[in-house]
Each structure stands twice: as structure tokens, then as C-alpha cells.
Design a protein around this ligand. Structure first.
Ligand SMILES: CC(C)(COP(=O)(O)OP(=O)(O)OC[C@H]1O[C@@H](n2cnc3c(N)ncnc32)[C@H](O)[C@@H]1OP(=O)(O)O)[C@@H](O)C(=O)NCCC(=O)NCCS
Length: 156
């Protein structure tokens, strides 16, 4: 997929040209009014992708959620969520954009909007693969060390 220079509203994908106006993507900070069937195609390459119901509940139960929604297609095309104590800490567990919509700035927009929602929170953490660090550095995030439990590792 590639964008035509200076014409961000047109995308060439698999030799097909289709219009994609920026204003056809709506950014929402609530799951209110969302049908779980509008959450399709996420958790790419996960060993055991979460169900749409689980995904919906995660977004609903999160302290903060931002959705990128394609108005024309009536579906969520990207999301980010954060868990927070509301005072000092927030953790961003997930950020994902559907494969067909990648590299159009949607992931960055989701991140910017989430950081705006978290602007009063001094400590914001996330874990990511090493190759993603340059992406997050664009948002003034610092490299760090961490420890995690992942119960699915080494389990069939
Ligand atoms: C990461 C992700 C959300 C970015 O969404 P996006 O809409 O394509 O993001 P943008 O268009 O704003 O920015 C794309 C940038 O991310 C970089 N990027 C995306 N995936 C990357 C990866 N695996 N490793 C390194 N950089 C990556 C691109 O190279 C591009 O960099 P550039 O701006 O310097 O050209 C998207 O690629 C995705 O959903 N990935 C799978 C899930 C994931 O890895 N989420 C992050 C969990 S920590």
C-alpha cells in the first residue's frame, strides 16, 4: 500500500484506487453506541486472538479508550486503551491499526489523542518490542527496562 504524494485522500492498495478522506475517520473516546461486531480483524498474528466480546469488554473497562472509526464502512479500524489510577500512573496495554489502514498516520493519531487524555498523569508506561521503540520515541517516550508475566509463553 502506498500514499500518492500530496494527495493523502487517495490510497493505492492491491492495484485498486479508493478514496479515503481524512474526515471519514472519526476518533471516539467511548464505546457507547458501539456494536461488538464493529470490532473485526484485530489481534493479527496473536496465537489466540481475543474474541470480539472480550475486545469490547476490554475497551469498555479501560480507564481511557480511543477508537478510530471508519464512518463509511461502519467499523473500528484502530484502537488504543489505557489503564490508570487517575493520579500518578497510566499503562497503555494495546495499540493496533487494521492492516489495510496502516501507514496513514492513524496509529500516531490514536497515540496523540491518548496522550492528550492522559495529560495530567505524570507516569505513562507501555511495553513494546525493541523495533517499536523508535515509533514511541516520536511521542517523547523514553526507553526503559521492565519485567512482565506472560502466562501463555511455553504453553501449548
Ligand atoms: C504500530 C501500529 C499501531 C502503527 O499504526 P499506523 O497507523 O501504521 O501508524 P502510523 O501510520 O502513524 O505510523 C507508522 C510508523 O510506525 C512504524 N511501525 C509500524 N510497525 C512497526 C514495527 N513493527 N516496527 C517498527 N516500526 C513500525 C512504521 O515504520 C511507520 O514509521 P514512519 O512514520 O517513520 O514511517 C500498527 O503498525 C499496528 O497495528 N501494528 C501491529 C500491532 C502493534 O505492534 N502494536 C504496538 C504494540 S506495542
Amino acid at each position: 500500500m502506498r500514499k500518492i504524494k500530496n494527495m493523502t485522500s487517495y490510497i493505492i492498495n492491491d492495484n485498486q484506487i479508493y478514496e479515503r478522506y481524512d474526515n471519514m475517520i472519526e476518533y471516539r473516546t467511548t464505546v457507547e453506541g458501539l456494536n461488538k461486531n464493529e470490532l473485526e480483524g484485530f489481534f493479527v498474528n496473536w496465537q489466540k486472538p481475543l474474541t470480539k466480546k472480550q475486545h469490547y469488554l476490554i475497551l469498555k473497562n479501560s480507564s481511557f479508550t480511543v477508537l478510530a472509526y471508519d464512518i463509511e464502512k461502519s467499523k473500528v479500524i484502530g484502537f488504543i486503551n489505557a489503564l490508570s489510577d487517575g493520579i500518578n500512573f497510566a499503562f497503555i496495554p494495546m495499540l493496533e491499526v487494521l492492516p489495510k489502514y496502516k501507514n496513514q498516520g492513524i496509529g500516531s493519531n490514536l497515540m496523540k489523542r491518548m496522550l492528550e487524555l492522559l495529560k495530567e498523569i505524570p507516569c505513562i508506561d507501555l511495553t513494546c518490542d525493541k523495533n517499536m521503540q523508535t515509533f514511541y520515541e516520536k511521542f517523547s517516550m523514553l526507553k526503559s527496562h521492565g519485567m512482565v508475566i506472560r502466562k501463555y509463553i511455553n504453553k501449548n
